[in-house]
Design a protein around this ligand. Structure first.
Ligand code: 4AD
Ligand code: MG
Length: 431
């Protein structure tokens, strides 16, 4: 019996014989030596089987191992500067656990549709593993930051009687004899929770039945939604830049190996520190027009506009005070200019587009009621939301940050789909 360890911890066992439990990632052989690349979820390590040392029987066992066979390896740990993780294992014995015949994902290039069809296996590759690790670390950084700032995590419902962001793009389901929808955003519930707990946040899945097939859109994505009582628009934006800087710097610190595995240029992330640049919507439109874009005041930005705006800077940029008509019904108008709202979108650098949408919320009962009428929102579904303006209403603000877009940016991914373990996209509900 040897001590059982992991590839991540193996450095503590140099010179000793240990047991690793994992899967065969790849194998090479040159006559009397076989090189087994073994992965165990914490990393990949090379285990070397030398025929003269292990004997014919064990050597033969090694040659029968196929890609993704699960196995238990016993071997002696050596420090080796040339090895990827700094260590190598001299194999002593191997015990196959579960066989793997004709593993579909070979180490050659595969098309993305094939990989997505095999997402349940694709996540075993070092690159996908690294991305999932980074996603988990980003979530940890977000929760740790907010917890340390005195926020309370509150979980809003997934099944809702109404929409939070407008009436289209909703997944409709039957809720016994009633109609229900999958949540688009937990915001309205977080506003209620902020009146109970002061500073709150949610972290969970949200759904958009959008027929968009872009590299920034998922049908199901995760959102983190902080909501803060007594926070102004200024307070909101200041919190967001500290939050995003923290998340990026924390990930750089705790995921350096993973970022290296996926080949991310980390110098671009090192610059992401507060304060972030800001432009008003007015300034952004004017700047775009000067650059020759066909855009008028009152138009929403498309992906090319967002990319152009963000490319001016080496860190994310806030675009503030959009036209009231472009944004959701609940946003607080600028008292000096009611045609714009006290909101900001945060655009990530390198063409990743909007990662945060946030605003100060209308807290006045009469104005909110007026908005309900203008937007034809039924009081039967939204009456409770109006109650928040009736009983001890206070100015408050909040924002929503998309987890997959944030991870895609931090990892430098081509498409948000790789930032979700099992992405739901237009025309893809499998696996
Ligand atoms: O701008 P959105 O729609 O804002 C809200 O839902 C607010 N209620 C949030 C709040 O204030 N509590 O979405 C917020 C963020 C976007 O900036 C983007 O990062 C992400 O959610 N997002 C998507 N991510 C992936 N796929 C989609 N289809 C997305 N739609 C929005
Ligand atoms: Mg938005």
């Amino acid at each position: 019996m040897y001590p059982v360890t992991t590839i991540q911890e193996i450095g503590q066992f140099v010179g000793q014989t240990v047991t690793l439990r994992g899967w065969l990632y790849n194998k090479r052989s040159s006559g009397k030596i076989q090189f087994l690349q073994v992965r165990d979820g914490t990393g990949v390590i090379q285990c070397v089987a030398v025929k003269n040392e292990v004997g014919d029987e064990i050597f033969e066992k090694c040659s029968k191992l196929t890609q993704e066979t699960s196995l238990v390896v016993h071997g002696t740990v050596r420090a080796d500067e040339r090895a990827a993780g700094g260590y190598e294992v001299t194999l002593v014995d191997v015990e196959p656990v579960g066989g793997s015949v004709d593993y579909p994902i070979t180490l050659k290039e595969h098309g993305v549709d094939f990989l997505l069809d095999h997402r349940h296996l694709w996540i075993r590759t070092p690159r996908q593993r690294a991305i999932l690790k980074i996603r988990a670390e980003v979530q940890r950084a977000m929760a740790e930051f907010l917890d340390a700032e005195g926020f309370t995590r509150v979980d809003p419902p997934v099944l809702t009687p109404s929409s939070a962001e407008g009436t289209t793009e909703l997944f409709h389901i039957k809720y016994f004899d009633e109609d229900a929808y999958l949540t688009q955003s937990g915001q309205m519930y977080m506003e209620a929770a902020a009146m109970a707990l002061g500073k709150v946040y949610s972290m969970g899945p949200t759904f958009r039945a959008e027929r968009s097939k872009t590299r920034r859109h998922l049908i199901e994505f995760w959102m983190i939604e902080p909501e803060m009582a007594y926070f102004t628009h200024e307070d909101n934006v200041a919190l967001q830049e500290r939050f995003v800087s923290h998340v990026v710097q924390h990930t750089l610190k705790h995921c350096s190996r993973e970022l290296e595995t996926i080949g991310r240029d980390v110098s671009k992330l090192e610059r992401v520190t507060a304060p972030f640049p800001r432009m008003t919507y007015d300034e952004a439109v004017e700047w775009l027009q000067k650059q020759g874009h066909d855009i008028q005041w009152g138009d929403d930005f498309g992906a090319p506009h967002e990319t152009a705006l963000a490319e001016q800077f080496d860190r994310p940029v806030f675009i503030e005070r959009y036209p009231t008509a472009l944004k959701a019904f609940y946003m607080q108008p600028d008292p000096a200019r009611p045609e714009v709202v006290l909101c900001a979108d945060l655009l990530a650098p390198e063409g990743y587009g909007e990662i945060i949408g946030g605003s100060e919320r209308i807290h006045d009962y009469d104005l909110m009621k007026q908005r309900f009428e203008e937007h034809h929102l039924p009081e039967a579904s939204y009456g409770w939301y109006l109650d928040l303006r009736k009983y001890g209403s206070v100015p408050h603000s909040g924002f929503g940050i998309g987890l997959e877009r944030t991870v895609a940016w931090i990892c430098g991914l081509e498409h948000v789909r790789e930032a979700n373990p099992f992405p739901r996209m237009l025309y893809r509900l499998y696996p």
